[in-house]
Design a protein around this ligand. Structure first.
Ligand code: ATP
Ligand code: MG
Length: 556
């Protein structure tokens, strides 16, 4: 992976500042409001807003809303929320391409008047045939030689709704023989009778991306228009349009490689499909790579910003390991999140030599990585719960947890030794009996006796019940798009991406925590109380990420 601290984009900007081409650096983030933002967008947001911050310039949030049929207000609201949550601020610089429709129309008229655009009646199929291929040059449309007067009249009639959809388009008159297909008289306006979420029924012609984007950048005084590699060929057209309308501002388009993550689909069309077919619970399902999904999962804005800066800005396509994203998250959470105890799969333990009337409040460390986090008291009683996994009726070699006759440490509490256990008729363990050593308070022995295993536990009388949702990767394949002939990415959905545990026990403070509270469950992983469903009466926690860091292991 290409990675530099001062990336190639900054080098271009530095040069533009040195040569006086750019004074104030102005960038923009231009989402199309046709879906929720995903981690790939986060990369672009951090890059654009980050550059504005670094160079003391500004970054505009511009909705690229030129396609009326696919856009919704819900998406606009979610995009604003996500950009803010990531920690960025557009100030007063929020724009909509649709606000420029009148200006763009005037630019199109200018082009026609300059003999640089014409109305074309070819059907979509014919247009495709005339366009040619990479090897073959294109053929000029028979409508290319229309007079300026006729073009002006027809284009105005298009606006007035005199034609049907697809009957006519406005095309730039450039060069059908160009080696760059983008330059073969691209369509710049098409007829579409749909209601636009902001302009309503005012328009029935809509400008195309290549015409709209460069002019929107120029109108706003953007200096550096950063986009992904697939627009490389469009750059020639970007510059042509600005030249053709004799624009005062000449923003510079710079391309970088989009972020790809393994085990993840990022196309909005595919994400929409997951939502529409109820394969996930919504755009903010914690398994989704959307910013709202990551937020609900328990990701922090800091970890996402850190991730996007550490992967750097590349000039060629690459795929980033999702384990690295999780690694950045763990690093952040390890420093910041308090530890607490949750028993995911509880089995009862009786401390035989501890009286039922007694209750001992022991000290527990909140976060060993952060002294300022302090300590809390946790109750020790006769009846406890531990993880079912932490007990075996017969201990294999190297099993250091609880088994008959074995001694282990109950974290923050005492050494206990298992004396016996009880099973039901099916052989399931229903109760484990132990004795505790009062001389080991705090979890260490005065006589220097050592135990190898430390397990976590909760007092039966004090613990609260919770639902825990264990999330795993949404896809089983590193590349979800690999499938048998005729298949789709949906064939690679992970059937075990969600496991719901209904009988989890948690510390009382976890029940009372606010929604969105992130913590580490001792020994199990990082968890986050669900933003939508968590209440003190019915606590719900999502697993953010397990503790085991496969990326760190491989990259030691
Ligand atoms: P998708 O292909 O997921 O539908 P898009 O590119 O059509 O995404 P836009 O709303 O047009 O989505 O994107 C807004 C901005 O985010 C664009 O500047 C685009 O280049 C950038 N962007 C989108 N996906 C990525 C990605 N995976 N990595 C980096 N930047 C991205
Ligand atoms: Mg797009």
């Amino acid at each position: 992976m290409e990675k530099t601290t001062s990336n190639f984009i900054e080098e271009i900007i530095n040069e533009d500042i040195r040569s006086g081409k750019a004074n104030t650096v102005v960038t923009r983030f231009p989402p199309e409001p046709n879906g929720y933002l995903h981690i790939g967008h986060a990369k672009s947001i951090c890059l654009n807003f980050g550059l504005a911050r670094k160079y003391n310039g500004r970054c505009h949030l511009r909705f690229d809303d030129t396609n009326p049929s696919k856009e919704e207000t819900e998406y606009i609201d979610s995009i604003k929320e996500d950009v803010k949550w990531l920690g960025f601020d557009w100030g007063e610089h929020i724009y909509y391409a649709s606000n420029y429709f009148e200006q763009l129309f005037e630019f199109a008229i200018d082009l026609i008047k300059a003999g640089k655009a014409y109305v074309c009646d070819l059907s979509a199929d014919e247009t495709r045939q005339y366009r040619g291929t990479l090897k073959e040059s294109g053929k000029e449309s028979p409508f290319r030689s229309r007079s300026i007067e006729e073009n002006l009249e027809l284009f105005k009639a298009m606006r007035e709704g005199k034609f049907k959809e697809g009957e006519k388009v406005l095309r730039a008159k450039i060069d059908m023989k160009s080696g760059n297909i983008c330059m073969r008289d691209p369509i710049i306006y098409r007829i579409q009778y749909s209601n636009h979420h902001r302009t309503g029924d005012t328009w029935c012609i809509y400008p195309m991306y290549d015409f709209t984007h460069c002019l929107s950048d120029a109108i706003e005084g953007v200096t550096h228009s950063i986009c992904t590699l697939e627009f490389k060929n469009n750059r020639e057209l970007y510059d042509w349009v600005l030249e053709a309308v004799n624009s005062k501002n000449r923003p510079k388009q710079i391309e970088f490689a989009r972020l790809n993550l393994n085990y993840t689909v990022m196309s909005k069309r595919n994400l929409l499909q997951l939502v529409k077919e109820n394969l996930v619970s919504g755009w903010d399902d914690p398994r989704m790579p959307t910013i709202s999904g990551l937020r609900r999962r328990g990701f922090t804005p800091e970890s996402i910003r850190d991730f996007t800066s550490r992967i750097g800005v590349a000039k060629s396509d690459n795929i980033v390991d999702i384990a690295f994203l999780e690694h950045c998250l763990r690093e952040d959470l390890n420093k910041r999140s308090n530890r607490a105890i949750a028993v995911l799969n509880p089995v009862k333990v009786i401390i035989e030599n501890f009286s039922d009337d007694e209750e001992l409040w022991l000290e527990a460390t909140n976060n060993p990585e952060d002294e300022a986090s302090g300590k809390r008291k946790i109750p020790f009683t006769r009846e406890l719960y531990i993880e079912r996994d932490d007990f075996k009726t017969e201990a294999p070699k190297k099993y250091f947890r609880l088994a008959p006759g074995k001694e282990v440490r109950l974290k923050f509490a005492f050494y206990v030794t298992c004396t016996s256990f009880e099973t039901d008729n099916d052989g399931n363990i229903i109760e484990i009996r132990c004795t505790y050593d009062p001389a080991t308070k705090g979890g260490w022995s005065e006589d220097g006796r050592k135990v190898k295993g430390t397990i976590h536990w909760l007092s039966a009388r004090h613990a609260k019940k919770a639902e825990v949702r264990l999330y795993d990767r949404l896809f089983t394949e590193p590349n979800p798009y690999t499938s048998e002939e005729g298949g789709s990415f949906l064939d690679n959905l992970n059937p075990d991406s969600l496991t719901v545990l209904k009988d989890v026990l948690i510390e009382e403070s976890l029940a009372n925590a606010d929604p969105g509270y992130i913590c580490q469950f001792e020994r199990t992983g990082y968890f986050c109380s669900d933003i939508k469903d968590h209440t003190p009466e019915n606590p719900v926690y999502n697993r953010t990420v397990a503790l085991r860091d496969s990326w760190a292991k491989l990259n030691k």
